[in-house]
Design a protein around this ligand. Sequence first.
Ligand code: NAD
Ligand code: UDP
Length: 332
Amino acid sequence: MDYSTPLTATRRRILVTGGAGFLGSHLCETLLRAGHDVLCVDNFYTGSKDNISPLLGNPLFELMRHDVTFPLYVETDEIYNLACPASPIHYQNNPVQTIKTSVHGAINMLGLAKRVRARILQASTSEVYGDPIVHPQVETYWGHANPIGTRACYDEGKRCAETLFFDYHRQHQLQIKVARIFNTYGPRMHPNDGRVVSNFIMQALKNQPITLYGTGQQTRSFCYVDDLVAGLVALMNTPDDITGPINLGNPDEFAIADLAKIVIELTGSRSTVIFQPLPSDDPKQRCPDITRAQQQLGWEPTIKLRQGLVKTIGYFDEQLKRGHLAAIGTAH
Ligand code: NAD
Ligand code: UDP
């Protein structure tokens, strides 16, 4: 099965919350290319106008500054609910707002979907598995999350959002799609958002020390943004009986110490590695089982880590040379 082409070839009105963020801006671009009408809603908490400025001249694209913790009244056929800071540093900066964004945001977007009978997709996360004991993570695993830790504002907010999605589905027959997204990287990541790929690349390009947290033996699996966006669109276009949750991510697993070595090699950097304390509740291992995505969406990632890193390094390098990076995230 391949659901990358929409069920109907007709133009649809599509709302993307968090559309000015890293993933959201790539998604808006893809949907516009497919000929849809795109309404991007964002409060620019972690997103940036720079991410979507190339889209502003497109008559099918509309931008609305709005915080999803407040109700939204628009007409739409589909909703991709991506609004939420994703990097641990950003989501822990204002944890109460993070929970409100996940929970109130989900209630508001589900309420909107119910009123206009729109199909709605939730950008959930591998963080719902917490510090997982089952490895690789399958969708049937209920997870091992600390409800009172520093990551809980994100993990539990996203878990509650999933609960809301399934309750709206059961109670109001809403057409829902829940994607559990694993670590994704690529151009337009915020250079200072503290996530490992952007941190390591920025540090390497500046020949600054690479900050390895803990022993560096913890693992992650990194998906290139183009693969991930293709997975989201494929999921949205599945028949009604496919609700998810569905893991979307790249199953190639790497120790963080090895990621540091690869980034140093690919950038030709003079950086050395320094060890810093592991943040609390940092998951020790993470890798998606993508059997369900392969079977139900006909989807799997195509871009290998080194290939994706070369593209991402190219992006950051160019931005640095143009002196653009200082401006990213400040165009609020
Ligand atoms: P991002 O921080 O770049 O994008 C999030 C966007 O949401 C930003 O533009 C931000 O301004 C906006 N936003 C935040 N709070 C808002 C609010 N209350 N109202 C309106 N807009 C708001 O992060 P991203 O990496 O693009 O992540 C997008 C989504 O995907 C998030 O929901 C995240 O939880 C999920 N996700 C991402 C990853 C990843 O590796 N990138 C992994 C798992 C899940
Ligand atoms: N990490 C690191 N150095 C950094 C940033 C992150 O060693 O400068 C580690 C972090 O402790 C975690 C992994 O890299 O084990 C991935 O971190 P990230 O914040 O990108 O995402 P997470 O998967 O933890 O949400």
